[in-house]
Design a protein around this ligand. Structure first.
Ligand SMILES: O=C([O-])CC(=O)C(=O)O
Ligand code: NI
Length: 253
């Protein structure tokens, strides 16, 4: 039953989930989408749901605008992103200075049972998010509505997020270790229906079609227990490396 996973994941932080994706599935990015900030509900709780994806394009796009706000499935993380041409790898990560999500839309999403909203762009009405107790994450803030600049053109489609990441390189002959990393423009995809976990760190996406959720959740549980044992050793003044090795090597089995 899929919604049981929302309940189970709600007990984990974004870091716990990233550890699981890195260690069980070998994802070096751990499913983490960089550069988002928490705009409301800074209460330490994780926000979990399935991605309800909405693609925004320039107002001049030939596709008609769609109404995405009135048909949000319960348990969704409403996820709004731009076509690649409106994204940039440098702060503020989008060329659009208008806000595409605000207090009224937060109220409507919340009424339908959404868990929260992630905007790879700007939002406004942060006080209203707070008074609703509705969690919102975004790249930035904006004061102006999006009228005439951008519009939602598709729902339930994959979203491609443009980011910049350091990638390990084989050092060329005669080069030192310092030259073995490069920044590379990459695209990170979010599929509609993916499990999403957000907290103060930002957002982690579980590539759900390729993940055994039972296996991931059970790994995360044991990894949290291992970390608690390491923390206990550290509090007693024991060296961290040896302790980490002891408890984490048991995990890989
Ligand atoms: O009007 C808009 O575009 C967004 C907004 O402020 C709201 O939802 O309250
Ligand atoms: Ni508003």
């Amino acid at each position: 039953m899929p919604d049981e996973y929302i309940r189970l994941l709600s007990g984990f932080s974004a870091c716990d989930v990233a550890d699981g994706l890195q260690n069980v599935y070998g994802l070096s990015d751990g499913g983490y989408f960089p550069n988002l900030s928490e705009r409301s509900c800074k209460n330490g709780k994780s926000v979990v749901g399935r991605a309800y994806t909405v693609l925004f394009a320039p107002a001049s796009d030939p596709r008609p605008a769609v109404n995405y706000i009135d048909a949000i499935p319960e348990g969704s993380v409403v996820t709004l992103a731009y076509t690649p041409e409106l994204q940039t790898t440098m702060a503020p990560y989008t060329y659009v200075n208008n806000a595409i999500f605000g207090g009224l839309m937060a109220g409507r999403a919340q009424f339908q049972g959404a868990s929260g909203t992630v905007v790879f762009g700007r939002v406004r009405d942060v006080d209203e998010f707070e008074s609703l107790h509705y969690p919102v994450y975004s790249y930035g803030l904006g004061a102006t509505a999006s009228k005439g600049v951008v519009k939602p053109v598709a729902v339930g489609v994959p979203l491609d997020i443009v980011t910049c990441a350091a990638v390990p390189q084989e050092p060329a002959a005669g080069e030192g270790a310092g030259s073995c990393h490069q920044r590379r423009r990459t695209t990170m995809r979010i599929e509609s229906g993916d499990y999403i976990v957000c907290d103060a760190h930002g957002m982690v996406r579980i590539p759900t079609a390729n993940v055994d959720m039972e296996k991931l959740i059970s790994y995360i549980k044991s990894s949290i227990e291992a970390d608690q044992l390491v923390a206990r050793d550290i509090a007693r003044g024991e060296p961290a490396e040896a302790s980490k090795k002891r408890y984490r090597s048991a995990l890989s089995k």
